[in-house]
Design a protein around this ligand. Structure first.
Ligand code: UDP
Ligand code: MG
Length: 193
């Protein structure tokens, strides 16, 4: 048996991944690891050799090489001392998927993929709104358009890959946070029963 249980959380920028992960942590006791947050923390860490590379990818909406992201995830998993993880915003492309499979085989089992589906318009509106207070260097229209392009061109096929493995629980991210969470609860209850 693998050491760690993992639920991946995917969806476009602003689809509600972070919001729903907070709810899940509160009610289900998973450890929430946002790949984007881990990369932003690494970018800020004094002495990090990856800071500039990470910032370039974040602004451009492109994807950081998997060796960097996967080692940050793995270290956070080990440091937590826990076993059940929500990994938010990863894997986003084939490089991420292949790197994860190689590094985590026998270490972590992917139990489910929560996929928040949302229109492009909603994603853009929400992120621009968030950008008023988030201080994020990528919550602006130019970065957002690139992020959505990356999502469409690279991340959708990862969701398709997990659909074929029958691991995807698809939720309508257009709905209110409460309504979405009602559906998330049903999915996670099934997983733990
Ligand atoms: N990112 C990445 N690899 C990951 C997760 C994030 O390269 O596994 C980078 C990528 O440039 C992305 C940015 O971090 O556009 C922000 O990701 P985050 O998940 O925080 O954005 P969200 O989708 O939640 O708005
Ligand atoms: Mg997020």
């Amino acid at each position: 048996m693998a050491k760690y249980n993992v639920v991946f959380v995917l969806g476009g920028p602003g689809a509600g991944k972070g919001t729903q992960c907070e709810n899940i942590v509160r009610d289900f006791g998973y450890v929430h690891l946002s790949a984007g947050d881990l990369l932003r923390a690494e970018r800020q860490r004094p002495g990090s050799q990856f800071g500039e590379e990470i910032e370039g990818h974040i602004r451009n909406g492109t994807i950081v090489p998997v060796q960097i992201t996967c080692s940050l995830l793995r270290r956070a998993m080990e440091d937590s001392g826990k076993n059940n993880f929500l990994i938010d915003g990863f894997p986003r492309n084939k490089d991420n998927l292949d790197g994860w499979n190689k590094a985590m085989e026998g270490v972590a089992d992917v139990k489910m993929v929560l996929f928040f589906d949302c229109t492009e318009k909603t994603c853009i509106d929400r992120c621009l709104n968030r950008g008023k207070t988030s201080g994020r260097s990528d919550d602006n229209l130019e970065s957002l358009q690139k992020r959505i392009q990356t999502y469409t061109n690279s991340t959708m096929s990862i969701i398709e890959h997990y659909k074929k493995m029958d691991l995807v629980c698809e939720l309508n991210g257009e709905n209110s946070p409460d309504k979405v969470f009602d559906e998330v609860k049903v999915a996670l209850d099934k997983l733990s029963s």
